[in-house]
Design a protein around this ligand. Structure first.
Ligand code: AMP
Ligand code: GLY
Length: 431
């Protein structure tokens, strides 16, 4: 069987690496892939990102299964396009992907279906938005409506910060991502302003075939750039699985109160959800669970430790997930902990530097694997080519041991300006 993975990050390297382990899979193509997928003899990069061109290539190559990694092609309708041409593809349609691509859509959806989330209001008018902040006070959260690559959320600790975020997103539309039709036919930006939630975050990721749902192993990532959860938000600086904060009770509650009503609600609204569904959870000290956001894809870097722990054949799982028969499998997981440390480029997240040579990359071992993200092959070597460069992932009997092993491997790797946190997994070790 021939399989295509769309995307070029660490998440896609991990998905492709796992798919290639299936005895049923002869070839795994990654479009566009990265330096790591180029190095792996079982994977092949395909330098196509245009959706119609990629679909034509998939038809010509007789690709039997396509798995979509990132949100951008999903929001652009890659699944609709591939399906319309008879290709088997795992991911949500463009309409279903609005759960992630539009905060206003997902908040209204949650409200309509009684799914717990922060109280909120939606605004296009800056004056009304400012008045709302004055009324509610800080802390308060301002979110742009649209895909903003992690830059669209401002957790304001003061009202002044919230006012500034409103002007940035609405008045000046500096993000430039959030255009909708206003009542008078004009194109305007939109923000969601919501209640600040406190507690501990976890990533709750499930597979959906439209009706059946199978939870993946639990995980938690570290969004801030610096140790002790300081510094700016990033796409994620490291992750581990399982996440002890997701106890069996919290797990059951998240399934019952968030995931199942979401899948049922989407079905009832006429936009059945197929694909990975990722609920960002906020768990309060009383064990109550609220939805911070939905993503309609796997997490990055959560995928890297999750794939290290998956023992089931991912190809079989994906075939089930694309034929409405997820109820017929049970996923098998390695009991050990997997932990991944992201090594990022100088200047990440604002202005990552590219083109630094990477040395000391180890071979994959049973207990460790270096997944690539922003890398490119060059003259037999590998250069940095993006913000998050590598995710050094290790498997061991405890969080502490996995952490130790991942940092041991990371210490061997060098590129100028490399930055990484030294405390990935600290929340799971603390107790
Ligand atoms: P989002 O893209 O909506 O997940 O937001 C990015 C990050 O902002 C989350 O991972 C949280 O750390 C934080 N965040 C978002 N919404 C809230 C909220 N209502 N209360 C507190 N923190 C939030
Ligand atoms: N690690 C967070 C995300 O993938 O959205």
């Amino acid at each position: 069987m021939k399989v295509l993975v769309i995307g070029g990050g660490g998440r896609e390297h991990a998905l492709a690496w796992k798919l290639a382990q299936s005895p049923k899979v002869q070839a795994v193509y990654v479009a566009p892939g990265n330096g790591g997928t180029a190095l792996d003899a079982r994977l092949e990069n395909v330098d196509i990102t245009d959706i119609p061109a990629l679909r034509q290539w998939a038809l010509d190559q007789k690709i039997q299964l396509t798995v979509v990694g990132p949100e951008a092609p999903l929001a652009a309708g890659v699944v609709d396009d591939f399906r319309a041409h008879g290709l088997r593809v795992f991911g949500p349609t463009q309409a279903a992907a609005q759960l992630e691509s539009s905060k206003a859509f997902s908040k209204a959806f949650m409200k309509r279906h009684g799914i717990p989330t922060a109280e909120y209001e939606t605004f296009s008018d800056p004056v009304a938005a400012h008045a709302y902040v004055d009324r509610m006070g800080a802390p308060i959260v301002v979110k742009a409506d649209g895909l903003a690559a992690g830059k669209g959320v401002v957790v304001a600790t003061t009202a002044a910060e919230a006012h500034e975020a409103i002007d940035f997103m609405l008045l000046d539309n500096k993000l430039g991502v959030t255009h909708v039709r206003g009542e008078d036919g004009q194109v305007v930006a939109r923000v969601v302003i919501e209640e600040f939630l406190s507690g501990e975050e976890a990533s709750f990721i499930v597979l959906c075939d439209g009706r059946n749902v199978t939870a993946l192993a639990t995980s938690q990532d570290h969004k801030r750039l610096l140790d002790d959860d300081q510094g700016p938000n990033t796409g994620g600086m490291g992750a581990y699985s399982p996440a002890p904060v997701v106890t069996p009770e919290i797990h059951a509650r998240a399934m019952r109160e968030i995931i199942l009503p979401t899948i049922k609600g989407m079905e009832r609204d006429g936009i059945p959800f197929t694909g990975f569904l990722y609920a960002g959870l906020m768990i309060d000290p009383q064990g109550r669970v609220k939805t911070l956001e939905f993503n309609c894809r796997m997490g990055d870097p959560e995928t890297q430790p999750i794939m290290m722990r998956l023992k089931s054949d991912l190809y079989d799982v994906m075939m089930r997930a694309t034929s409405g028969t997820l109820d017929q499998i049970d996923l098998e997981w390695d009991r050990r902990t997997a932990l991944g440390v992201v090594m990022a480029a100088a200047g990440y997240p604002l202005n990552p530097r590219k083109g630094d040579a990477i040395t000391g990359l180890p071979k994959a071992k049973e207990d460790s694997m270096v997944f690539h993200a922003g890398t490119v092959p060059k003259d037999g070597g590998t250069l940095t080519a993006g913000g998050r460069v590598l995710c050094v992932t290790a498997l061991a009997d405890s969080v502490k041991a996995a952490q130790h092993r991942a940092y041991e491997v990371a210490a061997e790797i060098h590129f100028d300006g490399a930055q990484y946190r030294r405390d990935i997994g600290h929340r799971a070790i603390r107790g």
